[in-house]
Write a new protein. Structure first.
Length: 409
């Protein structure tokens, strides 16, 4: 059932669209959310509903009378805008042989063991890949399948003692809007857990803090034949702007661990106007202001060189490092560690060079660490997942429900 669920979900195109003016940004997210609400109702979760924003909410009732904290399991239905999610053709590799995996839809796409050392311990396991022409969507449909399977298990086994569990599937997480329409009172939980992590046995308790910079360059367009002294080419200025970013020290390609970066990832351009979108990331939140100041300084210098151009830099907060908020409820991570130990894992507390819905929820006041659910090579045609890692994540959630169920409010 776990594999069947996952394969069913990934074939629904839920790729988020940053340029959309609707919420959610794409209709496929509503389609998947409707399916999930229906499946929850069919398994006996009577209050499962998809709200007017596409968010799915449901409650697994407590199986005992102990007054214990309400916990929430959270995943997002959308997939990355960076790689196509249309026409996903998942391929199941039973009894993986330990070799490189050539993806048949595009044989130039190869999942190499040398680049994926986590493959080596998975010989004999069941892997799922794309055909090489799209992403897979394990981020975060692996998390959705894990939550749905854990919910089905608890409902089928009322003898397992646990408290109330809220289920929540959000939209547009990949473009920073996952909890825009989700209130903490609406969710009604003491702690939350996003199922949106890589591999197995990891607990993400710290994420980047993140801002988005939109740089708008306004030039002057005129026919090239009469352009001398009159044309101001926004495309050329955009190239100069990108060239002046400190890519040798503050780019994703050259940073790791706790190092932050500036990441220009999208250009919409013409001679008259050009827009650059740049991600600002750092584990130390105050350093985001330094990065924004650097962008504004580049803009000032370029306007001095091109006095007839205008360059505007608008910076919008996206999410903040969850570490500070988790300090307020250390049991959120401690209990996740204990649940993983109960299923035979050696848990690791890790950091995320990115963000989750949990980053925003923790900032808002709901401690929400992130848990592994078998994701690998996210946002890429080389994405893959492991069925057995997903199954372990299901077992972790079942144990976690019992641990919180033994806890008084």
């Amino acid at each position: 059932m776990l594999l069947d669920r996952f394969l069913r979900y990934v074939q629904i195109d839920t790729q988020a669209d940053e340029s959309s003016t609707t919420y959610p940004s794409t209709p496929g997210q509503l389609e998947l959310g409707k399916l999930l609400a229906t499946e929850l109702q069919q398994m006996g979760v009577c209050d499962a509903v998809q709200d007017e924003h596409g968010i799915v909410l449901a409650t697994i009732p407590a199986t005992h009378l102990r007054k214990c904290p309400v916990i929430a399991w959270i995943a997002h239905v959308d997939t990355s805008p960076e790689t196509s999610g249309k026409g996903v053709k998942p391929i199941v590799h039973h009894n993986y042989d330990g070799k490189n995996i050539v993806l048949p839809g595009d044989p130039s796409k190869v999942i190499r063991v040398a680049d994926n050392p986590e493959l080596s311990p998975l010989v004999g396991k069941t892997l799922v890949t794309t055909d090489g022409t799209t992403l897979l969507g394990a981020d975060d449909k692996a998390g959705i399948a894990v939550i749905m399977s854990a919910a089905a298990h608890l409902i089928a086994h009322p003898e397992i003692p646990h408290g109330p569990i809220r289920i929540c599937f959000t939209c547009d997480e990949e473009i920073g809007h996952g909890v825009d329409h989700l209130g903490l009172q609406q969710l009604g939980a003491h702690v939350g857990y996003t199922l949106d992590g890589g591999g197995t046995g990891e607990i993400d308790g710290e994420t980047f803090s993140a801002d988005l910079a939109v740089v708008t360059i306004t030039g002057v367009n005129i026919h090239p034949a009469i352009a001398k002294g009159r044309m101001v080419n926004a495309v050329r200025i955009a190239g100069a702007f990108i060239e002046r970013l400190p890519w040798q020290s503050l780019a994703p390609e050259v940073t790791s661990e706790r190092q932050g970066f500036l990441h220009p990832y999208k250009i919409e351009s013409g001679v008259a106007a050009c827009t650059l979108r740049i991600l600002l990331r750092d584990f130390d939140t105050p350093k985001l202001a330094d990065k924004a100041a650097l962008l504004r300084n580049i803009a000032t210098l370029l306007m001095a060189e091109h006095p007839n151009a205008r360059i505007d830099v608008k910076v919008t907060p996206q999410y903040r490092n969850m570490a500070e908020g988790l300090v307020k409820e250390p049991r959120a991570v401690d209990f996740a560690e204990e649940a993983m130990k109960r299923v035979g894992l050696s848990p690791q507390r890790t950091i995320v060079r990115g963000g989750t819905d949990g980053s925003r929820l923790t900032e808002l006041g709901l401690p929400t660490p992130n848990l592994s659910c078998g994701e690998h090579n996210l946002h890429s045609p080389l994405e893959w997942t492991c069925l057995e890692e997903m199954d372990i994540a299901v077992r972790v959630l079942v144990e976690l429900a019992q641990i919180w169920g033994d806890t008084f409010v």
